[in-house]
Design a protein around this ligand. Structure first.
Ligand code: APR
Length: 390
């Protein structure tokens, strides 16, 4: 097989890139290790930034999203029994997220590629990307060899393309946080109206909308904790404690359908390009889920790459590809700074635990500043909704 751009991984980054390249007539082929059903059913993220949706719309990829997605423009912080609403839509001049499950978007993107006659090859784990720094790259994957001009690694946090970077380019900035998040999917009797962040001396708890009957919940747990230690009754009990004061106002949280522990770490590669191999999405940078940035960054990477490939193939101009990392990394670092700031706001530090009531009172004051119109609230709102600086 041969193609101009071989894309490893059918997550949001790889699929959006393939669709965008198809639109401008660049030949691309997506290789995915899992079967289609697995990729289309994996519950992952669910908040899309308006800039990202505008991009998908410009490619004709947002038809179902615009009908079935819902808008979201505020988040609540619960602190010492007080519920504080940050109306980031109001503070950002009307910008709101779209709530649309990642697996639905993935389904739409796969359908678009199939409709265009370029279906991803599912069930094809890529095993090697030999010598990408020199000459024409090749991709080896279960029983197939693909000749191509470029390889884009969109194979997520544990993919193989990153390993193909030469040692000198394999550096990354890694940060480990002193806690983890238990991730919970649970049935709810009505949709979760919006994001809720609860600060508590016992630890953070979060509630996120997903779909009509499903919510995503997070509970701060000690670093390295085991999900097996979190049976459903314990989850419900801790939620009642950490969400005390608002439980009655929230949808009833029912059957737990899935749990896991998310190791809270972030990792950003220093180099995203080596010769004709380029990395995008989680293969390039993994951030914590605070601020719901992962899927949005992955699609923004794909947009940048699609533009660069269009220049390369339509105008013979390689500058866009050469500048890819330099254009994306500042956004990734700025996003990490924002996510970190949010994490610091949501978790008490060991020092705070000497006097939790005082620490929580200070946090409440800080959150209150985000609720009141002003420079502080505007800056937070714009970063939260992914609008960039004013
Ligand atoms: N060969 C082929 N496919 C592979 C291989 C491999 N060796 N290794 C991984 N993959 C596939 C995975 O099965 C997965 O479908 O690559 C895909 C990577 O997809 P994602 O993990 O969704 O990564 P990305 O597209 O970068 O999107 C990441 O989405 O869920 C959000 O916030 C989350 O930041 C995350 C973002």
């Amino acid at each position: 097989l041969s193609t101009q751009v071989a894309i490893v991984g059918a997550g949001p980054a790889g699929l959006v890139l393939a669709c965008a390249l198809g639109r401008v007539g660049v030949d691309a082929l997506v290789l995915e290790r899992h079967p289609r059903e697995v990729v289309e059913r994996r519950p992952r993220a669910g908040l899309l930034e308006p800039r990202v949706v505008a991009y998908l719309r410009s490619l004709g990829l947002a038809d179902r999203l615009l009908v079935e997605g819902t808008r979201h423009g505020w988040c609540d912080f619960l602190c010492r029994g007080e519920r504080l609403r940050v109306d980031y839509a109001a503070h950002s001049g009307g910008l709101r997220h779209w709530v649309y499950p990642q697996q639905s978007l993935v389904r739409d993107l796969v359908a678009a590629l199939c409709g265009a006659g370029r279906p991803p090859l599912f069930g094809r784990p890529v095993t090697a990307v030999p010598a990408p720094a020199t000459g024409r790259p090749r991709v080896e994957c279960a029983g197939l060899e693909i000749d191509c001009e470029y390889v884009v690694g969109c194979d997520g946090a544990h993919g193989v393309t990153g390993d193909a970077l030469p040692r000198a380019l394999s550096g990354r900035g890694v940060r480990r946080y002193p806690y983890d998040w238990l991730t919970v999917l649970a049935e709810v009797d009505r949709p979760v109206a919006g994001v809720l962040y609860a600060l508590h001396e016992e630890g953070f708890a979060g509630l996120m909308p997903r779909s009509h009957h499903v919510a995503r919940l997070y509970l701060q747990v000690p670093a390295g904790d085991d999900p097996a230690r979190w049976p459903a009754p314990r989850i419900h009990e801790r939620l009642r404690v950490r969400l005390a004061g608002v439980v009655g106002e929230l949808p009833r949280i029912g059957r737990v359908t899935g749990t896991g522990v998310l190791r809270m770490r972030s990792s950003i590669r220093d180099h995203l390009v080596s010769g004709r191999l380029l990395l995008a999405g989680d293969a390039a940078h993994v951030l914590t889920p605070s601020g719901a940035k992962g899927m949005n960054l992955a699609i923004a990477d794909a947009a940048e790459l699609a533009h660069a490939f269009a220049r390369r193939y339509l105008d013979g101009d390689r500058q866009g590809l050469a500048a890819y990392a330099a254009r994306r990394l500042p956004h990734v670092h700025a996003t990490q700074r924002f996510s970190d700031r949010l994490l610091r706001l949501l978790h008490l530090s060991p020092r705070d635990l000497h006097d939790p009531p005082r620490a929580l009172a200070l946090r409440a004051a800080e959150i209150r500043r985000l609720t009141e119109p002003g420079r502080h609230a505007t800056a937070f709102a714009r970063q939260y909704v992914g609008a960039g600086p004013e």
